[in-house]
Design a binder for this molecule. Structure first.
Ligand code: PMP
Length: 404
């Protein structure tokens, strides 16, 4: 049965809004997705009915909240095919990558190499720069083609005996390129390197099985997956996590503490210092439950149809340049309007109720690779419709007229 986006929209009160007197056309879900009522209600219910701090209580509410928090961990684990102890809650993907760079990075020495790609988000570049600055670790980058595909032959050449970590996005937040993460992981492991996959976009648009990918680490943020902000996930293979030192110190992550000594808890708690984002974890669990009602392959097909519809609608537009046309790509449409700054394009589109993002998309090296300082981006989610794709094409065509 094909996916019915119109029916899904009823779960998102915000999508009924008007913006500048026009029906909202929200095409900025790659930055942050809207939340279904089920998520909002699960979070409210927790706060109104069963809330206390987790883990350290013996009273009923503390136990109920602990159960709900740990149930959210189980839901995440099932969602990505991990074991429960392999799921660490973080503030988001950014914190998850910083955690790995810091804890794994502690064992690195000058001259060790980290292999990234030209299409990474700053969240998967800057934490590694810290290691370059602080330890003399060398950063290398897999180049991409003009279509936005990773150059796997160059990747193979760049992999060497000093490569300690390959950190690569599952799906580019700018180009939409879906990287062959299974193959990348296999090649990296053959070279003796570990692998971290930035799944921020990938996990939203593809069913993910971390065991099939076989990466050592996989990270994502809740807020792009129809869940709340303030919660993200670091998946790590059990044996990798067991070997990592803690990231932050504080409550919950210890074994015992004396005035002279400290021992640490086992993963995942070793990496969850302090009171975690309890309500947000419950919200993420609710988002995953909610997503469970859909055939995710059908959802991806629906999103891709919208992307194709936009491309076809703009096929004759000689004033438009699309960024990223890899054969395997998700529903992200990044573009430049000739003679117009992307910020102006986004602001004019907003007058028509159309929300797109413009700027560097936290990927300055990628922008530079294409000789650009910015681009605009329309990103599609499961609640977008064909009528919205058409409304975007129409609004963009009118917007272009301002510059011609
Ligand atoms: N990686 C990618 C590919 C992203 O799209 C984003 C969010 N734009 C991030 C990392 C960072 O996610 P967050 O800001 O939620 O930590």
């Amino acid at each position: 049965m094909s996916f019915n986006a119109e029916a899904v929209r009823a779960d998102f009160p915000i999508l009924g809004r008007q913006v500048n007197g026009k029906p909202l056309v929200y095409l900025d879900s790659a930055a942050s997705a809207q939340k279904p009522r089920a998520v909002v209600e699960a979070m409210t219910r927790a706060m109104e009915h069963s809330y206390a701090n987790v883990h350290r209580g013996l009273h009923t509410l503390a136990n109920e909240t602990t159960d709900a928090y740990e149930a959210a961990r189980q839901k995440v684990a099932r969602f990505i095919g991990a074991a429960e102890g392999e799921v660490i809650f973080t503030k988001g993907a950014t914190e998850a990558i910083n955690l790995v760079a810091s804890s794994f990075g502690a064992s690195l020495v000058e001259g060790d190499e980290i292999l990234l790609t030209e299409m990474e988000h700053h969240a998967n570049i800057v934490p590694w720069h810290f290691l370059r600055e602080r330890k003399g670790v060398v950063l290398k980058y897999v180049p991409i083609s003009d279509d936005g595909e990773l150059d796997l032959a160059a990747f193979q050449r760049l992999l060497g005996p000093k490569t300690r970590m390959v950190a690569v996005s599952h799906m580019s937040n700018v180009l939409g390129t879906i990287n062959p993460v299974i193959e990348i992981t296999r090649m990296a492991h053959e070279a003796g390197a570990l692998v971290l996959i930035d799944g921020c976009q990938g996990v939203v648009h593809k069913p993910v099985d971390v065991k099939e990918i076989d990466a050592d680490f996989y990270v994502f943020s809740g807020h792009k997956l129809y869940g709340p902000t303030g919660i993200g996930v670091l998946y790590g293979k059990a044996e990798r996590l067991a070997a990592l030192p803690p990231y932050q110190g504080g409550g919950e992550m210890i074994g015992t503490v004396t005035l002279e000594t400290v021992t640490y808890a086992d993963p995942p708690h070793r990496f969850e210092a302090g009171t975690p984002a309890i309500i947000e974890a419950i919200g993420l669990g609710a988002a995953i439950d909610w997503l469970g009602q859909f055939d995710r392959i059908e959802v991806a097909r629906h999103e891709h149809r919208l992307y194709q519809r936009v491309r076809e609608g703009l096929a004759g537009a000689n004033w438009l340049k699309e960024l990223g046309q890899a054969p395997d790509k998700g529903a992200i449409f990044s573009f430049i309007v000739e003679g117009a700054h992307a910020h102006d394009v986004a602001q004019i589109l907003d007058r028509y109720g159309v929300a797109v993002r413009a700027g560097t998309h936290c990927a300055e090296p990628l922008m530079r690779r294409f000789g650009l300082t910015s681009s605009a981006r329309a990103s599609f989610a499961l609640y977008n419709t064909e009528a919205e794709a058409d409304a975007f094409v129409e609004a963009l065509t009118k917007t272009q007229a301002f510059f011609s």
